[in-house]
Design a protein around this ligand. Sequence first.
Ligand code: DAH
Length: 340
Amino acid sequence: MTDTNPIEALERLEADALAAISECADAGALEAVRVAYLGRSDGHISVILRGLGGLPPEERPAAGQEANRVKQAVAAAIEARGASFTRPERGEGPDLTLPARAPWRGGRHPITQAVDEIWHIFRDLGFTRARGPEADTEWYNFEALNTPLDHPAADEQDTLYLVDSVLLRSHTSPVQMRTMETHEPPIRIIAPGWVYRRDTYDATHTPAFMQIEGLVIDEGVTFVDFKATLAEFARRYWGPDTRVRFRPSFFPFTEPSAEVDVKRVITRPDGTRHETEWLEIMGAGMVDPAVIENVGYDPERYTGFAFGMGPGRIAMLKHGVDDLRTFFENDVRFLSQFAS
Ligand code: DAH
């Protein structure tokens, strides 16, 4: 037997090819082996197949059969090797060929964004930031704010009691009293924070929610300062064409009291302008002299105004969200729309 025996030559070729295939570490190397053996014009096996015509006729069928078998065996080995690059066998470890997970991009929660935007506007108007405890006493939460415990206004803010007269604050207004006790006028503060109420969880209520309290106390603060400051805030937050309305209302700790509404001008994508309905954005008023007296200041000397708003509600209006709960369900598909 010599090298010229085509069947032997084919078997050697097959062994060489399989060895070369098993050494291939990537798809590029594998393709080079494929071309070398199976390439149409001068792949080793194609050359042998083409040479079959020169064999004695009785040897041709066996050699032809063997050549086709080797060709198929090499092609199958190449395919199997290629598949091993794209998918490991089950249980062989992680599939490194899967597309990588896009890096997670963090972002501030839409309500935190609203708090920051609101606070920054007031900061530019000369306010500082204040805070108070989330667990507070009946005195700070109600009585100091001119709200007797049996007053209907106290019922509206039913909350969870912890021990004795300590409760989860039902609004941020107790920060007014706590700030006045520890600071001398002039006072200009913004106090964002969590508050708690016995509210059902629905599209517009959650039992825990964010509020932002504002308080200004100084000599000679008038109703004009009150209206101008809040109107200026509304126009900076909602846009310069925003209209502001003060509707008479009642809060035990302010006199007179108002609900502040805004009417926004929205420019549509086609450039046309459209006015929204009136939207209520906060409760406010001139600080009741009884509150000023409760802290020990002279109400003849000091006057001021206060306001409270819900940044969750403001974020809903701003983004056209119709269910407050979506802010608390922490569905990344929803929240990621606000990550800037
Ligand atoms: N504390 C009120 C509430 O939770 C909101 C509020 C109204 C705060 C009027 C104020 C104010 O400071 O002046 O419903």
